[in-house]
Design a protein around this ligand. Structure first.
Ligand code: GLV
Ligand code: MG
Length: 345
């Protein structure tokens, strides 16, 4: 996540007007953001061996870390950041953290500890339960002050989790709230609770959320086919549009049913097809699923390259395998070709 800008560019007076989208930040692969609990010694001990096997390692300080372990998690992350070769700060695997929420008693100490200690290694800070632009602007200002104090050259980027109804209503302003904005993830568990959805799962579908085929006099009701619908389609589509508008990256979030690798792959693929660039991994086996799903397939790349070649100067229309291709389908193909190039770089 290298940038031509320095941390000083972020230390600026208040009320600077419209934020600049982060379009000049080159995409670094972040197909799988693998969560670990730095207070869990067994998990933390495996981190050095995971460098190079996953795009992002994220030290989680928020939910899933017990209140009594918050300080140990923070300190564990500092130790890992300071001692792990190749992790963060332009290394082979990015180092992210998910800090505690802004309304928690731990957020301020999280940021005040991490930035001076491992600010040169931390690529992205994930902020949970973001409600509006003001949350991001506060984090942006605080980071700017701490970076200036620590003499950091490289700005730490910010990633928001979309997991409140108010956050969804404000998603466009959140995406554009600061030039530090790197991306947004869906937080389906907190969002479901905040919206008063009647589900008890962490991401994924629900067998009760379905449509049934129309009645047929020759068919008993019970055998009429049903089709399960995607609970998260609306939110993901909204998040993708807001991110595209501001030149930042959309991500699926957690898929809690670790054993159901098939449903996990399906859910990740829906998000990929809708425009997401990556997802969270809560277990090492989800890393492989994410890497596969969020990399375009060989067949898709081959087809996309054929369309690019057939379209010559990129204008007009051609027939390929009986299908019409034109300027617009060329643009879709270029999305896949460019993604393949970025992942291969
Ligand atoms: C993630 O934080 C979620 O609430 O789903
Ligand atoms: Mg959450």
């Amino acid at each position: 996540m290298s940038s031509s800008r320095s941390a000083k560019d972020f230390f600026r007076p208040l009320a600077v007007g419209a934020p600049t989208p982060l379009t000049e930040i080159p995409a670094r692969p972040s197909r799988a953001i693998h969560f670990f609990d730095p207070s869990n010694e067994k998990m933390a001990g495996k981190i050095p061996g995971m460098v190079g096997t996953v795009d992002v390692l994220l030290g989680n300080l928020e939910d899933a870390v017990k209140a009594d372990n918050k300080v140990a998690a923070r300190e564990g992350l500092v130790k890992i950041g300071q001692s792990t070769e190749g992790l963060g700060g332009g290394g082979t695997t990015q180092l992210w953290t998910r800090v505690n929420a802004l309304d928690s008693p731990w957020f301020l100490d999280d940021v005040m500890t991490l930035v001076p200690a491992i600010g040169d290694k931390l690529d992205v800070i994930m902020v949970p339960k973001v409600q509006g632009a003001e949350d991001i602007q506060y984090v942006d200002r605080l980071l700017a002050q701490l970076e200036a104090k620590a003499g950091l050259e490289r700005p730490i980027l910010v990633h928001a989790i979309l997991e409140t109804a108010r956050g969804v209503a404000n998603v466009e302003e959140i995406c554009g709230a600061s030039p530090r904005m790197q991306g947004i993830s869906l937080g389906p568990a907190d969002l479901a609770a905040d919206r008063r959805m009647k589900t008890t799962r962490v991401g994924g579908g629900h067998p009760g959320y379905l449509v049934r085929q129309d009645p047929n006099p020759d068919q008993p009701d019970a055998s009429r086919p049903t089709y399960q619908q995607d609970l998260w389609h609306y939110t993901i589509a909204r998040m993708v549009d807001a991110c595209a508008m501001h030149g930042i990256y959309p991500y699926y979030g957690p898929f809690g049913d670790i054993a159901d690798v098939t449903a996990c792959e399906d859910q990740f693929r829906n998000a990929f097809l809708l425009g997401c660039v990556g997802t969270w991994s809560l277990h090492p086996k989800q890393i492989a699923i994410a890497n596969k799903v969020f990399s375009p397939s060989v067949e898709d790349i081959t087809h996309a390259r054929r369309v690019v070649a057939a379209m010559g100067d990129g204008t007009g229309a051609v027939m390929l395998d009986g299908k019409m291709e034109d300027d617009a389908s060329l643009k879709q193909c270029l999305v896949l070709v460019r993604l393949a190039e970025e992942l291969a770089a």
